[in-house]
Design a binder for this molecule. Sequence first.
Ligand SMILES: C[S@@+](CC[C@H](N)C(=O)[O-])C[C@H]1O[C@@H](n2cnc3c(N)ncnc32)[C@H](O)[C@@H]1O
Length: 350
Amino acid sequence: MRYFIYGSPIFLKSNISSMKDIFGKFKVESNFVNSYIISAHATSLNNKKTETNFLYRILKILKTEKISEKNYLEDIKNTLIKTTIPNKKIRLECVDINSRRGYSAKDIEVYLGEYLESIGAKITLKNPEILCYIILFDMCCHVGFISYKKLNFIDPGRHYKILSSGISRAEFKLMEAFDEFKIKAKTNQLAFDLGASPGGWSVFMAKKGIKVLSIDQGEMFSDKIKKLKISYEEANIENIHKLKEKNTQILHIRKKFQDSLVFLDKIKKADIITCDMNISPEEAAKAVLLFSNNLKKNAKLIFTIKCTTKFAKKYVEEAKKSLSKKFIIKSVIALPNNRQELTLYGVFKG
Ligand SMILES: C[S@@+](CC[C@H](N)C(=O)[O-])C[C@H]1O[C@@H](n2cnc3c(N)ncnc32)[C@H](O)[C@@H]1O
């Protein structure tokens, strides 16, 4: 079996060790930075878990054909129509790794979609049953499909750009984490957002109806936040009770986390805690543990593990060792929008 794999752009060696964990033996056929085409024996992928996963996508390839400069679009189309795809509602996604020839991935999707529709296929963006992927890599076209229930999109860059509020690039990381860990937000839940400034994560959660207590000595982009019609106020001991009020969305304690703990006995317990502070994992974990006294049982934790070198394992161990005192660590993974960092997902033991 052959696979398209898309992993961390920073921890390249770790991508390979994740592949070893998952596949045992495998052969890299093509490689471009963090994208790989590999061949490996069929394996029960779902049963094999890696300690820390650096690979973001592992997708089976069903058909591969060469594409030429001259018949670029035609060759892509021919590869697709030679692939056996179930007669279901299909969403197409093209990912162009390094074969760009003046067409964007979207141009190719439109071209293929129109053609498939003309021969009776059910192409749709709404409620598809199958995600059919067309990967262009080293002037080869690789095609496969996956149930849309399992995977909604391949290229997170394009997907999240459309949904972003434009406050910070960091916002993409939390979007990915919510998708990846299937976190369902409920209106009026409360979140602590440690290291919140300029506000991407807080805004993302507020847009989902979560009330956010943002903690950061830095400034939030309050004008941009208000333009998005999200209520925002700096917090103090007098107005902290407002978190209970219906119309309050983001309250910002403009202090370091170390000086924010005094606010905690004035508020109810939180359902979510996020931490994106740019400090060592050890220090950040300590902060989360301090705030965990004010969490509900099973509260969700999203925690970025900042790695100052590429020896990611060391930082992961530090974070896990500390956080596992109070959290069940569900997963540590590299998300495509993580830079030199990983994302940990945990659940508060209570
Ligand atoms: C990567 S930025 C966070 C970006 C944010 N998640 C967003 O979506 O816009 C890291 C933040 O951690 C904050 N930070 C660092 N040390 C902190 C501390 N001791 N207490 C509170 N915030 C801290 C910094 O001020 C900085 O704004």
